[in-house]
Every structure is written in C-alpha cells, then in structure tokens.
Ligand binder design. Structure first.
Ligand SMILES: C[S@@+](CC[C@H](N)C(=O)[O-])C[C@H]1O[C@@H](n2cnc3c(N)ncnc32)[C@H](O)[C@@H]1O
Length: 287
C-alpha cells in the first residue's frame, strides 16, 4: 500500500496520514516497530489497517487505483462465477462487494486470526467498521444505484466460509473457521481466486514470492482465473505504528511466476495487466 513505501534507493514515497509527526516534530515512522512478513499473524491490527487505508476510499491512492481499475478487470470474468476465494483478504470485504453481481458463492480467508475475526463480524453484521464510503466509491464506478447497505446485504448472503490460510504451507487452507451452515461445502479449488496486496506482503524474498504464487494458483480450478493486485518496488508498508517488510516485487517476477504455474500471460490467453503508480491489477486464466 502507499501508506509508506521505502524504496531501496532511499526515496520515501509517503502519504501524509501514513507519516504523522509527533508533537515534538520528530518523524513518527522512526519509532515504528519493524515487523517481519511472517509477523502479520500476531502483529496485524485490523482496526488500524482499516482506519489507515479504507476509512474513505479517497484517502489512499493505492486503494483508489485498485477500486478504479477493478471493474475493468472483473468484467473479463465469466458473467456467472460459481466459486470465488479472496486469499489474504485481511480485514477487508471490498472484493466480495465488487464481485457480488457475478459470484454465486464467496469464500474469504486470511493468515491472521484477528483479521478472520473481523471478517466474521462483518458477515454476521456486527462490524465496527463502516464500509459505506468504499461501497459508494464502488457503486459510483459501477454506475449502480444501490445503497451501501443494499450492496453489503447482497454480498453477505453470498458468503459461504472463512478460511485460515498460509500461502507458505501445504495445504494452503489450514482450517475452516466459520461456515454459513454445517452442510456448506468448502471446495478444494475455486473458479476464481482473488488476492490483493497479499502475495508480495507475505514474504521477503523472491523464493518466498514464487512459493506464494504457486500456492495461490494451486487453489484455482483448470480453466479458472486469478485476479491479482499489489505493489511493485516496495520493501515495506506501515500503519498503526508498525512497519512490515515485504518482497520487492518486479513485473518480471509476476510474469515468471504465472508462467511457471500454467497461467496465461498473453492477450490471446485473456491476460490483462493494468498498472499505475506502481500499483497493479491483473487477470490471468489457468490454461
Ligand atoms: C496488506 S494486507 C492486504 C489485505 C487485503 N487483501 C487488502 O487488499 O487490503 C496483507 C495481508 O496478507 C496476509 N498474509 C501475510 N502472510 C500471509 C501468508 N503467509 N498467507 C496468507 N496470507 C498472508 C496478512 O495477514 C494480511 O491480511
């Protein structure tokens, strides 16, 4: 995310709220606790994350770019999608909401218990975070007349399960922590796997990134699709007084990892890659 991206050439790209100054004028970032990517599990604060990046879609450039380009990526999916998994959703639900018109069954997931609890609280309509601003932004781009409440109600009805996942373990799905009903099936593979700001944030090396992509692709049915979003060239991101290290992703890593996992990377194969300000979104079909 663009809260703060420290690039190795020493250039800092910061948005104001991601870099508050202390009263004595000292750079607050210098007091941030530095965390390894693996520490997302215990050190991720869902409320701080949502407040920093999702309170108003217009506050975070990365979010703006993702939400702006998402409909252009999603319209490349089949009109009806049987199953979707949002992999590494964090505490967020904007992808299920943006997919509500196409998806028949939506599964969501994360690595951090606190994020999974936040996802469950939204599904059970006891969320403490107000998604209305993000819904308005999505509705605007879709030219939809639905209210945020209607969009969320429609999406909630599609939610089937919340999964504990780790893209560095096999199997990736470690357990099912919430299900709509006892009888709700959880597929081993999904027609669509979406994953935004997760794969390069889950690791700090190229090897780790390749493993994460392999894991994501292993969850896609043959002929299914990957929707991937993320950030190029960042080595950290920060919010709520913590700085998480991540893999410095290059476009070449994305292409190499998709090809290695049998995913389309040409326009003829339905591949589409959109990038703006180092934020990217792509759709790739498993061939
Ligand atoms: C920057 S957040 C992105 C959340 C959300 N997808 C979004 O677009 O805002 C990174 C997410 O990756 C998850 N993550 C980190 N390591 C992971 C792993 N090994 N397996 C799966 N998810 C992981 C974190 O728990 C966190 O929710």
């Amino acid at each position: 995310m663009t809260g703060t991206e420290r690039k190795e050439d020493g250039e800092d790209v910061k948005k104001e709220e991601g870099e508050p100054k202390t009263d004595d004028g000292e750079d607050k970032k210098s007091k941030d606790e530095e965390c390894a990517a693996s520490e997302h599990k215990d050190k991720f604060n869902p409320s701080a994350y949502l407040d920093c990046f999702y309170k108003s879609a217009s506050e975070d450039t990365a979010m703006q770019i993702v939400l702006f380009f998402l409909p252009g990526i999603l319209y490349r999916l089949p009109e009806k999608v049987r199953t979707v998994l949002d992999l590494g959703a964090g505490p967020t639900v904007y992808l299920p909401i943006a997919l509500r018109q196409r998806a028949e069954s939506i599964y969501t997931s994360d690595y951090a218990p606190a994020n999974r609890d936040t996802l469950i609280s939204w599904i059970e309509n006891r969320s403490t975070f107000d998604w209305d601003n993000v819904c308005k932004w999505i509705a605007n781009i879709e030219a939809s007349m639905e209210t945020g409440k209607q969009m969320q109600e429609k999406t909630r009805k599609l939610m089937r399960a919340v999964l504990d996942v780790n893209v560095h373990e096999s199997p990736v799905v470690q357990s099912v922590v919430w299900k709509e009903k006892d009888s709700t099936p959880v597929p081993e593979k999904f027609q669509v796997v979406s994953t935004v700001f997760c794969l390069e944030y889950s690791c700090e090396t190229l090897e780790g990134y390749f493993r994460a992509v392999r894991s994501a692709c292993s969850l896609i049915e043959d002929g299914g699709y990957l929707i991937q979003g993320g950030v190029l060239d960042a080595t950290t991101y920060n919010f709520g007084g913590k700085t998480f290290r991540c893999h410095r992703l290059k476009q070449a890593h994305i292409l190499e990892s998709l090809k290695a996992n049998g995913m389309g990377t040409t326009a003829e194969q339905g591949y589409k890659f959109i990038t703006h300000d180092d934020i990217f979104l792509l759709v790739s079909k498993k061939i």
